[in-house]
Write a protein that binds this ligand. Structure first.
Ligand code: PGA
Length: 244
């Protein structure tokens, strides 16, 4: 695991966007695993700027997002599919047909998850997977548990995740209680992983991800076993980590 120290959110976002850009330039038809949440917004904004300058071409890129709320359609403004269009896809020349998010509108969880596993595997898994990390150490919606998950599956969100995500909803009761998420094994199948984190609320999770025991009670800790994982975090998120 390589840990890169960023000065602040803007610096973290630029560094992350540089790594994603390099991937797209080196392999124009690459497969990107993408994430939602507040953390990657700055990274996506930077990618859009470089696209507008003519430095990036997404026309052959395909993308697979980590997760989606169960019960939300693609057009629901709270859905992750909508988030991705608003924050990236509608602003670059990606072919929308090459963008993929689990189908939250399919009430048949087993079918929706099996279908997603099939298409991610058929794509050969991401060349580069972008990840945020939850305050509780989750990756995607793989919440702390007594075992690591494998493929895409339906999860009950923990109270801390519902609480954290409620800032994006009018009322906490509106936050969906379940989600479909790529499993840990699928995430680990990416050839390279890039984790981004900022802010003091992430400090414990970042410490446990990088230096704690490898345990499903901190799902991100499994990333210590990945052969090519880079963490970019700002000073606040690294506050509990040894200064190297
Ligand atoms: P955030 O979420 O980027 O909104 O903090 C990260 C996550 O929960 O994975």
């Amino acid at each position: 695991m390589k840990i890169l120290r960023a000065k602040d959110y803007a610096d973290m976002s630029r560094k992350a966007a540089n790594i994603i850009s390099a991937q797209v330039i080196l392999k124009p038809d690459c497969v990107l695993g993408l994430a939602t949440g507040s953390t990657p917004i700055g990274t996506y904004q930077q990618l859009i700027k470089w696209y507008e300058k003519g430095d990036l071409d997404f026309s052959q890129v395909s993308t697979y997002n980590l997760d989606e709320y169960r019960g939300l359609t693609h057009d629901d403004p709270q859905s992750y599919h909508y988030f991705m269009r608003e924050n990236l896809f509608d602003h670059v020349n990606i072919d929308q047909a090459n963008t993929h998010v689990p189908d939250g509108s399919n009430p048949d969880a087993d079918a929706a998850c099996a279908e997603y596993d099939t298409i991610v595997a058929a794509a050969g898994y991401p060349d580069l997977q972008l990840l945020g990390i939850g305050n509780n150490g989750h990756i995607g919606f793989n919440e702390p548990d007594d075992h690591f998950s494998k493929g895409t599956h339906c999860v009950d969100l923990t109270e801390s995740t519902i609480q954290a995500n409620s800032r994006l909803f009018d009322r906490i009761e509106d936050v969906p209680r379940q989600a479909y998420t790529m499993g840990t094994q699928t995430i680990m199948s990416a050839r390279a992983i890039l984790v981004i984190a900022n802010g003091e609320a992430k400090a414990q999770a970042v410490h446990d991800m990088c230096y704690g025991p490898i345990t499903p009670s901190c799902p991100a800790s499994i990333l210590q076993l990945h052969a090519n994982c880079v963490v970019i975090a700002d000073e606040a998120a690294l506050a509990l980590c040894p200064a190297e």
